[in-house]
Design a protein around this ligand. Structure first.
Ligand code: SDX
Length: 426
């Protein structure tokens, strides 16, 4: 039996054969790279709902089952038994680190967390209150000017150095972006603190290191806060060919600098249909304000004439619960007392979820809560302002973007991304 698919043009009765490429997990693909040469037509797939853009071994999602794996390991195992740094190492090296490898990786990231002093002055060009996503994207693109040699990477050591550099520096740039947005002096990284604790330190501390009050007004960072944020970073680390990763791969395909590719990923992530949804979810829960008003907004979400959407609901791939959302929901329940989560926001979110999951409109469209539906309540409890929710998504996702960038560069069969169109003009 031929491993191919035959298509017939009913207008001419001509048939065309296209090879099937088998996956190790999930759907196989039909190789239509010869479709235009054979048929003289293009295929059309608005939003790429049925289109595979590349081959990859990094992340696997089964949307029907609600399954997510990084390098074959289930997200539930990584989020509960491993740290974010172990997950970064796994994504970059296709295996979890041993104790020595983890220690070396951690130490290198600590020492690379500083950014060139000139980069600090870049932020001064932006108006007070500039959104941290805009300044973070700009600063990340500017980082390329300090490391032009990364445009031509010759070997594995070069890829690792380039990747570890951006993974180490992105929290510092994100913290600088935040401090600029509130007019506060910048806090440089403290290499005696772990990766995740250091980020909380850089956004909270006063100059000289005295801590701004954190959870429960305490002037120190608690282990439970570090673990919660570390889990959030792990859950955001990578997610197959989502819109921002597709953007990063598109920029990689032109041969541009890896850090401007990451900057383009940050810009794409900012949209409220994508990573910007986490900030929009909390704004929406605050706007709804009370459980008594939930039905009013559910009705609006269902109204075809109202462009209101329930932020944090729905997903292009997950037609079941987003496994990351399940883990965050469990974390919310676990933390609600220790981090005194906002019970009103939680009650509103729980009522939305309860009604939506039993409503025909959402059921028929397989709309479930996604990762963004739950992250905001936890981040709010960590005293992290809404404007920093998507930058935190950036910190978690940078390892995924750079791993996908490296995979693209190593695949010599990959070509410049250049789709065609259905032309309807004159
Ligand atoms: C992320 O791709 C990834 O992997 C992304 C991500 C990652 O880790 O990288 O998982 C992160 O971006 C999560 C998604 C965050 N976005 C939101 O929460 C924004 C709200 N959700 C939607 O805008 C929407 O669900 C999308 C963008 C997430 C998915 O859009 P699709 O797959 O293109 O679906 P669609 O817009 O075609 O909707 C299908 C139907 C439509 O109704 P009909 O036209 O069939 O009548 O479902 C409806 C939509 O109107 N619908 C919603 C809805 N989401 C879809 N109706 C109300 N509220 C919603 N949230």
């Amino acid at each position: 039996m031929k491993n191919s698919i035959t298509m017939t043009d009913n207008r001419t009765d001509k048939s065309y054969d296209f090879d099937i490429l088998n996956a190790t997990r999930g759907p196989s693909v039909v190789d239509i790279s010869t479709f235009y040469a054979k048929t003289g037509m293009f295929t059309y797939d608005n939003g790429f709902t049925s289109t595979a853009s590349c081959k990859s071994e990094i992340t696997f999602i089964d949307g029907e089952k609600g399954e997510l794996r990084y390098r074959g390991i289930e997200i539930e195992e990584l989020a509960t038994k491993h740290t974010y740094l172990e997950t970064c190492y796994l994504l970059l090296n296709s295996k979890l680190p041993n104790k020595t490898e983890l220690k070396e990786f951690d130490l290198e990231l600590r020492h690379r967390s500083l950014v060139h002093e000139n980069l600090r002055h870049l932020f001064a060009a932006f108006p007070a209150g500039a959104h941290p996503m805009a300044t973070l994207s700009a600063a990340t693109a500017a980082l390329s000017t300090f490391y032009y040699d990364h445009i031509e990477i010759a070997n594995e050591d070069g890829y690792q150095e380039m990747a570890r550099r951006i993974i180490a520096k992105i929290p510092t740039l994100a913290a600088f972006a935040f401090r600029h947005s509130i007019g506060a002096p910048f806090i440089h990284p403290d290499i005696d603190r772990s990766y995740t604790e250091n980020f909380l330190y850089m956004i909270r501390a006063y100059p000289g290191g005295k801590m701004h009050r954190g959870v429960n007004g305490e002037h120190k960072i608690k282990e439970i806060e570090i673990k919660a944020l570390d889990t959030i970073f792990t859950l955001h680390a990578d997610h197959e060919q989502n819109a921002s990763t597709t953007t990063v791969r598109g920029v990689a395909s032109t041969g541009a600098h890896p850090y401007v590719a990451i900057s383009s990923g940050i810009s794409a992530l900012w949209g409220r249909a994508h990573g910007g949804a986490n900030e929009s979810v909390i704004k929406q829960l605050e706007m709804i304000g009370s459980v008594d008003r939930v039905n009013e907004f559910i009705a609006r979400a269902k109204d075809p004439n109202d462009d209101f959407r329930l932020m944090g609901f729905g997903h292009r791939v997950y037609k079941n619960f987003d496994p990351r959302a399940k883990i965050l929901k469990g974390l919310q329940d676990q933390l609600k007392d220790e981090l005194n989560l906002d019970s009103n926001l939680m009650e509103i979110a729980q009522k939305i979820e309860k009604i939506a999951l039993n409503d025909e409109y959402f059921i028929s469209r397989k709309l479930y809560p996604n990762i963004d539906f739950y992250s905001g309540v936890i981040l709010t409890a960590l005293q992290i302002p809404k404007s920093m929710f998507t930058p935190i998504f950036v910190i978690g996702r940078t390892v995924g973007w750079i791993t996908q960038w490296i995979e693209f560069k190593k695949d010599k069969s990959m070509k410049i991304a250049r789709p065609r169109q259905l032309y309807l003009g004159k």
